[in-house]
Design a protein around this ligand. Structure first.
Ligand SMILES: *Cc1c(COP(=O)(O)O)cnc(C)c1O
Length: 430
């Protein structure tokens, strides 16, 4: 028995599935999850003392790498001043000001503790502010596990969804319309039928919960136009992409290509907490002022704006705003993806990939997918073999083929080279 196996056996006695978030259990890929003891820079170390080059980055937040000295110093300083007050602090203002400084669409924001909470609150706000109930989401996008958002497409286009989890009452999802991603015709049809009853369209602008799929420019443009025409709020879920694909986040990228583009609301998490439980939702002032205590939409949190978490997030945002950070990160991430794709081609395995900033995806497919159905055509068995072959070689990829990958500022060119070499061996082996 390895120590990892031992811990997994023990954890399964007391924690359902042995984990506190399902994907960590390695169910999709099989095998024993690695129990992490510590992490430094680009590396994580498991209970058996194995070192891994980490491409999960805690599922996104650790954009500076693990245990970054400036972040740790800020956390330690904040910690010494007290762990939680349940009263406002200056640092909360500083963090929201920092976010707003990079995202012009965020005129106001409220801090919460998880992406799920932020998405759920944005949804309630959109419904409260518009006085409408129906919402659109897209197949393959994940917005946290709030009831109304745990929905898959019903049969046929433009039908209301079915819950993807037991325990979600059908009446809670009956107003959630699930459409295929990047499908302008389906979007137009949905707006024709329901446009004036819709509160919001919620979308991951680069969908990282079906690996890595960009909303096409025409699709995003049409989302914006139709929302504006029908008085519907466009909500970008940037929990993953926010401050990960660039300082301006995904919305900055779309604004570069679609002049004037801006969402009405943005949902943030992951990087803005730098590894601590912190998330936010924000956007138009007139909409945000509908929140309690100013307006009728209730939302609250005992640990919201926690002083240690805000210190961690602020230190992270300050470090990634230094000149050249994102250019270097994007270059290294591109090199990784090109290397993986080349390794696949050389081994005769269909492989393609894409990246933006420090977020990437690769697919065991001949060309980049545009929606969830295409993502799911990936060869799952081959991915699982590749995942384990990489793990054995000290490279920790996401343990499921529908998850994005992340590079941090701590990954060196040597780490990227070692990863590509491991991929060459792994593909040769299997
Ligand atoms: C991770 C994620 C969430 C949920 O955030 P949690 O902090 O895990 O609750 C929501 N939306 C997107 C796009 C995410 O990637």
């Amino acid at each position: 028995m390895t120590r990892n196996q031992d811990l997994f056996t023990r954890s399964q006695q007391r924690i359902p599935g042995g984990v506190n978030s399902p994907v960590r259990a390695f169910k999709a890929v099989g095998g024993t999850p690695r129990f992490i003891t510590r992490a430094q820079g680009a590396y994580m170390f498991d209970a058996d003392g194995q070192r891994y080059i980490d491409y999960i980055n805690s599922w996104g937040p650790m954009i500076l790498g693990h245990s970054h000295p400036e972040v740790l110093a800020a956390v330690q300083e904040a910690m010494a001043q007290g762990l939680s007050f349940g009263a406002p602090t200056e640092r909360e203002i500083e963090l929201v000001e920092a976010i707003a400084g990079h995202l012009p669409s965020v005129e106001m924001a409220r801090l919460v503790s998880s992406g799920t909470e932020a998405g759920m609150s944005a949804l309630r706000l959109a419904r409260g502010a518009t006085g409408r109930q129906k919402i659109i989401k897209f197949e393959g996008c994940y917005h946290g596990h709030a009831d109304a958002l745990l929905v898959k497409a019903g049969s046929g286009l433009a039908t209301f969804g079915n819950p993807t989890s037991a325990g979600v009452p059908p009446e809670v999802v009956k107003d959630t319309l699930v459409l295929p991603y990047n499908d302008v015709a389906a979007l137009e049809q949905a707006f024709n039928e329901h446009g004036n009853a819709l509160a919001c369209v919620m979308i991951e602008p680069i969908a990282g919960n079906m690996n890595f799929v960009r909303a096409s420019l025409p699709f995003m443009q049409r989302c914006r136009e139709l929302c504006t025409q029908h008085g519907v709020l466009l909500v970008l879920d940037e929990v993953m992409t926010g401050f990960r694909v660039g300082l301006g986040s995904a919305q900055g990228w779309y604004a570069q290509h679609l002049p004037g583009f801006a969402p009405d609301l943005t949902v943030l998490g992951k990087v803005i907490g730098g590894g601590m439980p912190l998330a936010a939702f924000g956007g138009r002032r007139d909409v945000m002022e509908q929140l309690a205590p100013l307006g009728p939409v209730y939302q609250a949190g005992t640990l919201s704006g926690n002083p240690v978490a805000t210190a961690c997030g602020l230190a992270t945002l300050r470090a990634i705003a230094k000149p050249g950070f994102f250019d270097a990160l994007a270059t290294r991430t591109q090199r990784l993806v090109q290397g993986l794709v080349q390794a696949g081609q050389d081994a005769g395995v269909p492989m393609c990939g894409d990246s933006e900033g420090g977020m990437f995806g690769f697919f065991l497919l001949p060309s980049l997918p545009q929606n969830y159905a295409q993502v799911m055509q990936s060869d799952g068995a081959r991915f699982n073999a590749f995942f384990h072959a990489m793990l054995e070689r000290g490279v920790y990829l996401a343990p499921a083929l529908f998850e994005a990958g992340f590079v941090s500022g701590a990954h060196s060119d040597a780490d990227i080279d070692a990863t590509i070499e491991a991929a060459r061996e792994a593909l040769r082996a299997g």
